[in-house]
Ligand binder design. Structure first.
Ligand SMILES: *Cc1c(COP(=O)(O)O)cnc(C)c1O
Length: 354
């Protein structure tokens, strides 16, 4: 195995998707699988579909194209508003896209007519997280404008919380979304097929059975990939936390003081770091760095190993209390979302499918 490696256990992803999709199913919702943190890796897409994902959603057209090339033939959803310069690609790879600008939807409509397709549009409403979406008071007029374009169909509405502002999805937020649906349906005299209620940060609501009826789907990445909900990062019951592991190779083991010696200034990232003095410790360096992982998003699997930090290419560990760590040892870590994203994106990290 070439190292560092991101080891992908597709059986665990399939299992997690099965667990979460049946939780959603009990509440009348479908699971839309989001493989964007692994760049739409075809093996992950396949595992999600086998586990019950009803559609595959990603924020990037490249990732949806990769899923398609990997043999996925089901429904595709583009999570980030298509860029004006890329509406033709958006229509080619995505059956549905999430939108908040009428201007973009007009371009999508034109591209869809040219391609002889009907592209579905979900209008995003901002309920306080301050990323994408129109304010609630503009939802009806925007829906009206979007629904009047030939080539696109207004499929429904959606919301995204807990991504930028950290606003927690609550029953009240979901009810506010359903109120927007009611206003649009009564003002425009149409039925919306989709009410897309959010992401893995909605899982606490699901686990506590607090999702109101009427939400038709959740778009889920983290909970099926890492087995955690995205509000407190607690485990989702029944899901594996180790569908992904990162393996890195030890290139140095030395006994050193735990505090730097000499005049201390900024490190490679412009930060002045302080170190607790724990005396002389056995330390190891792995051949992996910030180009491959996020040191704050790594949980060592070997007992006694502690992550101290990383520069671009060196991962620094305290191994004083660990077993026999030596040059050439392979150490394993469970990645958090940040490290998964980093490892999946790094050209230096080998992707190994189990
Ligand atoms: C990334 C994303 C998701 C999935 O988020 P997870 O926390 O991985 O479940 C859902 N919806 C949108 C709009 C996204 O950008």
């Amino acid at each position: 195995m070439k190292l560092p490696a991101l080891v992908i256990d597709t059986a665990k992803i399939r299992h997690n998707t099965r667990v979460v999709s049946s939780m959603l199913g009990e509440l009348g919702m479908r699971l839309v699988g989001v493989p964007k943190s692994v760049l739409g890796h075809p093996a992950v897409v396949k595992a999600m579909v086998e586990g019950g994902a009803a559609a595959i959603a990603d924020s990037r057209v490249e990732n949806l194209a990769r899923a398609r090339e990997g043999g996925y033939a089901g429904e595709t959803v583009l999570l980030r508003s298509p860029a004006p310069s890329r509406v033709d690609e958006a229509v080619a790879v995505a059956d549905v896209s999430l939108n908040s600008e009428v201007e973009v939807v007009r371009m999508l409509a034109k591209a869809a007519r040219k391609a002889n397709r009907t592209h579905k549009v979900v209008l995003m409403v901002d309920l306080g997280d301050l990323r994408e979406g129109v304010p609630v008071h503009k939802a009806v007029e925007t829906a009206k404008a979007m629904s009047s374009e030939d080539g696109v169909k207004l499929a429904g509405i959606g919301v995204n919380l807990a991504c930028y502002g950290g606003v927690i999805p609550t029953r009240e937020k979901m009810e506010a979304l359903l109120k927007v649906r009611d206003d649009i349906e009564s003002s425009l005299g149409l039925k919306l097929e989709t009410v897309s209620g959010g992401n893995s940060a909605n899982m606490p609501l699901v686990m506590n059975k607090e999702m109101p009826a009427g939400i038709t789907e959740l778009r889920i990445g983290e909970s099926v990939l890492l087995g955690t909900e995205a509000v407190h990062r607690s485990p989702v019951p029944g899901c594996y936390p180790d569908a992904f592991t990162i393996v890195a190779e030890v290139i140095e083991v030395q006994t050193k003081p735990s505090k730097p010696e000499g005049q201390v200034g900024q490190n490679a990232f412009g930060l002045v770091v302080t170190f607790p003095d724990r005396g002389i410790r056995k330390r190891a360096i792995c051949a992996a760095g910030r180009q491959d992982i996020d040191p704050d998003g790594l949980t060592p699997l070997e007992p006694g190993v502690q992550v101290l930090g990383a520069s671009s290419d060196h991962l620094i560990l305290d191994v004083q209390d660990a077993g026999d760590v030596k040059v050439g040892s392979m150490l394993r870590f469970i990645p958090a979302y940040s490290s998964l994203l980093q490892a999946a994106t790094s050209p230096f990290v080998e992707k190994v499918v189990r």
